[in-house]
Design a protein around this ligand. Structure first.
Ligand SMILES: O=C(O)CCC(=O)C(=O)O
Ligand SMILES: [Fe+2]
Length: 326
């Protein structure tokens, strides 16, 4: 169980709950042991601030100190990060994936959705049922014309991503983050996909253009991402091998064989069904699993930001100064 102990624009500093109490002069009420036990059992290492507020209600006034409660006091819509990605690992998947339910705040979500909506019409590429934007531009023969991402796609998402260590045991010199080994040590491309209810994306692999780390921020609504195996003959096994719920404001990171060996897709349905701890691999990490207690998720429009590092970058764009407007 973690509480915020302070805040920076990039990464709020987190403290283990235990250490907060070891610094306090007050003993912990036994009710709290029960609460913290429940919290740990439910969700790995962190819970929503709404739950935290409940918890703080039962604390004596001097425990914990107000500084540690800043996050809770600021309301339920703040971003909330673990101290490292390890705490967010989806442990029942065959290779590395992470799910962070509160990666951005409600206000940040609203600002990004506003910027997407304000983009000039030609920015949208209309597919048969879905529309998308690419930033800073489309790839040409798997190559990106060198140009910066606009500031509203850079901050807070990229800065926050790069501030998140892979594990807690890194010492001193800089954070070893999820893009530490990629060619540009950061994502340089964002695909924005908009999915109205009933619309998904066919099972596919993302291909050779990108470093095999995919960071997806979800906005607006929840839906299920399906992961598929190929059969031995190369054909797609139509039954998803695993399903991941992506809640609004969450970050999902997939890597390794999930990139190279498995396919991913979103069903063309108006409602996700059969949702439970047995069928959804990130159930213990969800912000609000209770919202899916009926086993159903009626779809609303969900927008995703897919951040990746394009391997090949052509300097021509930068030289012409074509894409430097933010
Ligand atoms: O929207 C998503 O979560 C998936 C998007 C995707 O797979 C893609 O654009 O390649
Ligand atoms: Fe994809």
């Amino acid at each position: 169980m973690w509480l915020f102990a302070g805040s920076s624009p990039h990464r709020p500093l987190l403290r283990p709950f235990d250490s907060i109490f070891s610094q306090s002069s007050q003993s912990i009420p036994s009710r709290l042991f029960f609460r913290t036990g429940c919290l740990a059992h439910w969700g790995g290492s962190w819970r929503s601030s709404r739950q935290l507020l409940l918890l703080l209600d039962i604390l004596p006034a001097r425990v914990p100190s107000p500084a540690y409660c800043m996050m809770a006091a600021r309301g339920i819509d703040d971003a909330w990060l673990p101290s490292s990605l390890e705490a967010a690992r989806i442990t029942s998947l065959p290779s590395t994936a992470y799910y962070l339910p509160n990666f951005i705040s409600e206000e940040e979500e609203r600002l990004i959705l506003d910027r997407i909506a304000a983009a000039p019409r030609p920015r949208w590429k209309q597919l048969t049922h879905r529309r998308l934007q690419t930033w800073p531009s489309d790839l040409v023969q798997n190559k990106l014309l060198d140009a910066p991402l606009p500031s509203w796609l850079e901050t807070p998402v990229v800065s926050r991503l790069l501030s998140l260590p892979l594990s807690d045991d890194g010492q001193g010199d800089g954070v070893r983050h999820i893009f530490a080994e990629s060619p540009h040590q950061r994502p340089n491309h964002v695909l924005i996909n908009e999915y109205p209810p009933g619309i998904g994306i066919m099972p596919h692999k993302d291909g050779a253009a990108y470093w095999p780390v995919v960071c997806t921020v979800s906005l607006g609504a929840s839906l299920c991402l399906n992961l598929y195996r190929s059969k031995e003959d190369g054909a797609l096994d139509p039954e998803p091998a695993w399903r991941i719920i992506q809640e609004p404001r969450s970050l999902l990171i997939t890597t390794d064989t999930l990139y190279t060996d498995y396919l991913h897709g979103i069903s063309d349905i108006k409602e996700d069904l059969d949702l439970s701890a047995n069928t959804i691999v990130n159930w213990p990490l969800l912000r609000d699993a209770e919202a899916f207690a009926s086993g159903r998720n009626p779809r609303q429009t969900r927008t995703s930001l897919t951040y990746r590092d394009v391997l090949k970058v052509s300097k021509v764009g930068a030289k012409l100064g074509l894409f430097n407007k933010r």
